[in-house]
Design a protein. Structure first.
Length: 711
DNA sequence: AAATTTTTAC
């Protein structure tokens, strides 16, 4: 302890001076020589000349030396200058020692800074500022604050520099209590008109998520500068109030304040996340007007905004401008195509990328995942693992989504192992994706183990995933019990209610479903379209069609999903005529039917025996509604013809299908033929059934080995 | 003399 480089050098210096009685060197010559080196920026030479001279130099030379040490982060030189100073100046001026503390702080040597500060026989306010700032800049917010409180106890007056550092530290530890106290002190010192302190207060209140106070502080700043505006825009964005972030940006334009490129990117992020294409376009115009269209950050943010807000053409136009192509803009473009479902084009662009980062791979993969293209996604993961060893928490989350979507619990377990081995276990997003995967793969055992292993750093999403796995196992009582358990720890979200209601719908427990509905009303939860759909579904599956209709009618807005819930609800309750009537109303409202709508309609036709109608509706799908009938629609038609004995039509239908009939279809046809005594078609079906060989189960091991564990 | 924000792509 205490034998740092400075003190060793100190000792050497003293020995040196004692032994060799060098004649007093001309101090002016030395000073001039050091000045020359300082002017040409060669710090090392300046310091070595100083170090060789056993005489003090004027204070301003030491000051310049320390400043250069600070800006070039030269710790060795800083130590040499300090040791020279304390050796040859009997009582070094305090302000020079303050410079030394600053230099140590800037070099990140907080221990040197602290030691010097503690050893100083006399300190002034600047010494306190220097050490507090060193701590606050060096990432030791708590230490900065504790030195500040020591300073206060000793009655040393703080100034704006002190407060700026302290507020910076408050913003790191997110202490609202402390921030308010410092705010009080600032007011008492009459410093609240200082722009920097004002902006810092906006910053710290915003970071503590007291956005109202942040805004009040902002409004009190007499002349907000570029940083002040940037902070308020950024804080609104982080609060999720994108509208206000954009509004503040335009206010800034009105106020003629100078923009920073970051302010543009913050405002554009706000536009992206609420799909505000029009506002984004206006911001683009501002960027052109103030000459920011060359700035890479602004350019990339603009490309990203257009790509996200559905203005892909605009994004491409910017992208095609010379000098606009880099990894980030490439990735934005690929992501724009991928997330809008144009995966083939996205992939083509992706393949053309001159350079890719892990984010580029993730963007492409996210596209496959979003559009449920599990096979493509899996192939893509394999080539990703072959091409690069880059992988991050986002990749892992996406791979887990693929596992969940394709119900591949084996691959999921491999990923789980990878997560353990590579230190991703502390990532809540990854762990929640693991929980979700086990839940969707119906691996309740693994879900439970993981959920309890996660202990108390789980969040609301973890609970939702966990409750979801019980719901999927039709254990709605346990799901409800877990819900009550959840309330001790966190607050539920709309997603929770959707999950619980689906669980109730699956096992037809009206009582619990009503409890959840009641809980939501009592606690003032907004019933959004998803939850409303789940409620309609639950009530109708629990045979409370009247409630279902009531919930349906209470909606201000009916989207196609809500209509579908209602249609299917009626269909499941044997109210086929109502289904067809509702379908008419739905079209009057101008809602475009989708494939689920037609499933409801066809089910209604089956229930009512409307064979003609069924046939017409089925044909209208592709003729009028541009919906390609899916497997389930073909199944409905086969059921319709089979149940009502339309065997000739059945034969015609099944033999003209654009794909091979499934085992289930053939079995149904076979049964229908037996019932309606139609041996010809029955024999045909029986023969086709015999051709089916037992399926070999999908083996992950036989695929090219990705071995997620080895990299 | 010194200090505040921000770091764009999943």
């Amino acid at each position: 302890m205490g034998m740092n480089a400075a003190s060793i050098l100190n000792g050497l210096l003293q020995k040196n001076t004692r032994r060799t009685r060098t004649p007093p060197t001309n101090s002016i010559t030395i000073t001039n020589s050091i000045k020359d080196h300082l002017n040409s920026g060669s710090l090392k030479k300046a310091v070595s000349i100083l170090f060789a001279a056993p005489v003090p130099v004027p204070s301003y030379i030491y000051a310049r030396l320390f400043n250069l040490c600070s800006s070039s982060r030269a710790i060795v030189e800083a130590r040499k200058v300090e040791s020279h100073l304390v050796t040859f100046c009997e009582r070094p001026p305090i302000f020079l020692l303050n410079r030394a503390i600053e230099a140590y702080g800037k070099c990140g040597c907080l221990e040197d800074a602290r030691e010097l500060f503690e050893e100083m026989p006399h300190r002034d306010g600047g010494s306190w500022n220097a050490i507090i700032n060193a701590y606050s800049q060096g990432g030791c917010a708590e230490k900065a604050i504790s030195v500040f409180s020591r300073m206060n106890k000793l009655g040393v007056a703080a100034n704006e520099i002190t407060f700026a550092s302290v507020l910076g530290s408050c913003a790191v530890i997110l202490s609202l209590f402390l921030s308010r106290q410092v705010h009080g002190l600032i007011i008492r010192c009459g410093l609240c008109w200082n722009v920097i302190l004002g902006s810092s207060l906006v910053d710290v209140y915003g970071k503590c998520r007291i956005i109202g106070d942040a805004r009040r502080m902002f409004d009190e700043i007499p002349n907000p500068n570029a940083v002040s505006w940037n902070v308020i825009v950024r804080r609104y964005l982080e609060m999720g109030d994108e509208r206000e972030a954009i509004t503040m940006f335009f206010k800034m334009v009105e106020a003629n304040a100078r923009q920073l490129n970051f302010t543009f990117s913050n405002a554009l992020i706000a536009c992206s996340s609420i799909f505000a294409l029009k506002e984004g376009y206006q911001i683009h115009n501002v960027a052109i007007k103030v000459g920011f269209e060359e700035d890479t950050v602004v350019m990339n943010s603009l490309i990203n905004m257009y790509a996200k807000c559905g203005g892909l053409e605009g994004a491409c136009r910017l992208f095609d401008q010379p000098g606009s192509k880099n990894v980030i803009s490439w990735t934005s473009i690929v992501s724009g195509y991928a997330t809008s479902g144009r995966t083939a084009e996205a992939r083509e662009l992706f393949n053309k990328m001159p350079e890719r980062s892990v984010v580029s791979w993730n963007a492409m993969l996210a596209g496959y995942v979003k559009f449920l293209l599990w096979e493509e996604a899996l192939d893509f993961v394999f080539s990703m693992r072959k091409t690069t060893k880059d992988i991050d928490h986002v990749t892992l989350t996406l791979i887990l989504n693929v596992c969940a979507g394709s119900l591949d619990v084996e691959l999921g377990k491999q990923v789980h192992g990878f997560v353990y081995r590579h230190g991703f276990f502390s990532d809540l997003f990854v762990c929640n994706a693991l929980l979700d995967m086990y839940g969707k793969c119906r691996s309740l055992r693994y879900s439970r183990v993981l959920f309890f292993e996660m202990g108390h750093w789980r969040d609301r999403v973890s609970w939702n995933a966990f409750i979801g796995s019980y719901a999927r196992h039709h254990q709605s009582e346990v799901a409800m019990e877990m819900f009550r358990e959840m309330l001790w720890e966190t607050t539920p979200s709309e997603f929770t209610f959707g999950t619980l209601l689906a669980a109730c719908a699956n096992i037809f427990t009206l009582k619990q479903g009503k409890q959840i509905h009641g809980y939501m009303i009592r606690n003032g939860y907004e019933i959004d379209l998803v939850v409303r759909g789940a409620l309609v579904d639950m009530y109708s599956k629990c045979r409370s069609l009247e409630y279902a209709i009531k919930v349906f009618n209470e909606a201000v807005l009916h989207d196609v999903i809500l209509w579908n819930s209602m249609l299917l609800g009626c269909a499941h309750n044997g109210r086929g005529v109502d289904v067809l009537e509702l379908f008419g109303l739905m079209q009057e409202e101008g809602i475009k039917a989708d494939h689920v709508t037609f499933q409801g309609i066809l089910l209604a036709c089956i229930g009512e025996g409307f064979v003609d109608h069924g046939r017409q509706y089925f044909n209208s799908m592709s003729d009028k509604f541009c919906i390609i009938p899916r497997l389930e629609h073909y199944e409905c038609m086969i059921e319709l013809f089979s149940r009502y004995g339309f065997i000739d039509e059945l034969e015609d239908f099944i033999k003209r299908m654009p794909f091979e009939p499934t085992v289930e279809m053939l079995t149904r046809v076979f049964d229908a033929c037996r019932e309606h005594e139609h041996s010809k078609l029955g024999e045909w079906a029986a023969q086709r059934l015999n051709e089916f060989k037992p399926l070999t189960p999908f083996q992950f091991e036989t695929l090219p080995e990705p071995d997620l564990g080895k990299l």
